[in-house]
Design a protein around this ligand. Structure first.
Ligand code: PMP
Length: 429
């Protein structure tokens, strides 16, 4: 890639959450293989991010590649209105058989945010069909569910997205998450404050939405499973739908197949995305129970009112089918457990560092929370110079590597983080 290309990129192309006047640097990747990203100049970076939770099998996986080649020779896309096709049918069959029993009606869409929009719309239409005026969604403080409007409206109002679009967003209600974290002792008192909210407002609440156990963008918090269990119980008690956003946590990332499994609960509506295709294509799935789907279908409209152009894209479904085949033998479990052990032992000593607030690990997620804000462009450059791809945000350096990463490569990621902490210029004092 020429300098000219990079200048063009800088001048004309938006990147996620990046200024067009003072853009953060971008690094030119020309290929990716296994757990490595390869830059134009030939440098290989060990990937600590799985392209934001998605590339769980690593990159360029021969089986997923093969599935895509086979599918592309059949058809890359066809509309889903009035048409169906084998990759979608296979995928939905598979999802129904591997997701909690009863979640048997599947809506396939383009991205995680859209899966959340679909889930919210399902909940609203469900109550409309039942003749009840329920227009609020209850969400959690520090939550994040995507960047589209419905999804933003259930993200923590304290984050800047709410401030900016406030006059256009529906207003929802938010619960404080209890301070007890995953692995700590639970006290019944932790739940008192929010039980009251259910009691006072349940007649207006269509659904509760939550990221089970792990709140990602909101701060990489791991909260107590008992909280999730309690919310499930309150939803049952007050007849409120529970939406689980497993877009980041699904498919084993937290050490369980779904993060909901930590609390042994089943949501009424489940959102999947990211790793659904092994990170190869964009695709999401929203699953629900038949009685909910049937109630929605009895609403005034007579159907669920959503139908994206690229719904159930055959290529994306083929990638998802190949990815699910790779997960079928359960070897992910051993991989995630091994990563968890190395992350725990490798990162533990960093908690003694004077600038580190906290170190935590759950499954194949390792987090180093700093006291200071991170100088993102500086630390990113430092990481790239040291051969790794890690993209921190705010005061959080975190690792969510592909499940297939080797111990040696994981140790390099960990040691590089350790080295980065001793470079004052990587932080904003
Ligand atoms: N929910 C959660 C928990 C997420 O982490 C994300 C993406 N970061 C989304 C929803 C939105 O997914 P997408 O970026 O595919 O729209």
């Amino acid at each position: 890639m020429k300098d000219d290309d990079l200048n063009f990129d800088k001048r004309h192309i938006w990147h996620p959450y990046t200024s067009m006047t003072h853009p953060l640097p971008t690094y030119p990747v020309v290929s990716a293989d296994g757990y490595e990203l390869i830059l134009t100049d030939g440098r290989r970076l060990i990937d600590g991010m799985s392209s934001w939770w998605a590339a769980i099998h690593g990159y360029n996986h021969p089986m997923i590649n093969q599935a895509l080649h086979t599918q592309i020779n059949q058809m890359s896309h066809v509309m889903f209105g009035g048409i169906t096709h084998p990759p979608a049918i296979e995928l939905c069959r598979r999802l129904i058989s591997i997701m909690p029993v009863g979640l048997e009606c599947v809506f396939l869409a383009d991205s995680g945010s859209v899966a959340v929009e679909v889930a919210i719309k399902m909940a609203l239409q469900y109550w409309q069909a039942r003749g009840e005026q329920r227009f609020e969604i209850l969400a959690l403080r520090q939550s994040y569910h995507g960047d589209t409007y419905g999804a933003m409206a259930v993200g923590d109002p304290k984050n800047s997205m709410h401030d900016m679009y406030q006059n256009y967003l529906p207003s929802n209600r938010f619960l404080h998450i209890p301070t007890r974290r995953f692995g700590e002792n639970w006290s019944k008192n932790d739940a008192l404050s929010f039980s009251q909210l259910f009691f006072d407002h349940h007649k207006k609440i269509a659904a509760v939405i939550m990221e089970p156990i792990v709140q990602g963008v909101g701060g990489m918090h791991f909260y107590h499973p008992e909280y999730l269990r309690l919310i499930r119980m309150l939803c049952n008690q007050y007849d409120i739908l529970l939406i689980a956003d497993e877009i980041a946590t699904g498919f084993g990332r937290t050490g369980k197949w779904l993060a909901c499994n930590h609390a042994d609960i089943i949501p009424d509506i489940l959102c999947l995305g990211k790793a659904l295709t092994g990170g190869m294509m964009t695709l999401s799935a929203t699953l629900t129970f038949r009685h909910i789907a049937e109630t929605i279908s009895q609403s005034k409209a007579g159907c669920f009112m959503h139908g994206p152009t690229f719904m159930a894209n055959p290529l994306a479904c083929a990638a998802a089918n190949a990815s699910l085949s790779l997960l079928k033998d359960n070897s992910w479990r051993q991989c995630v457990e091994t990563i968890a052990v190395h992350l725990s032992s490798g990162l533990a000593h960093l908690s003694l560092h004077p600038n580190v607030k906290d170190v935590r690990v759950l499954g194949a997620i390792g987090v180093v929370e700093m006291i200071q804000e991170i100088n993102i462009s500086q630390i990113q450059r430092w990481f790239v110079e040291h051969g790794v791809w890690i993209r921190p945000f705010r005061n959080l350096i975190y690792l969510i590597p592909p499940y297939i990463i080797s111990k040696e490569a994981l140790m390099i990621l960990i040691d590089t983080i350790s080295g980065a902490l001793n470079q004052p210029e990587n932080f904003i004092s």
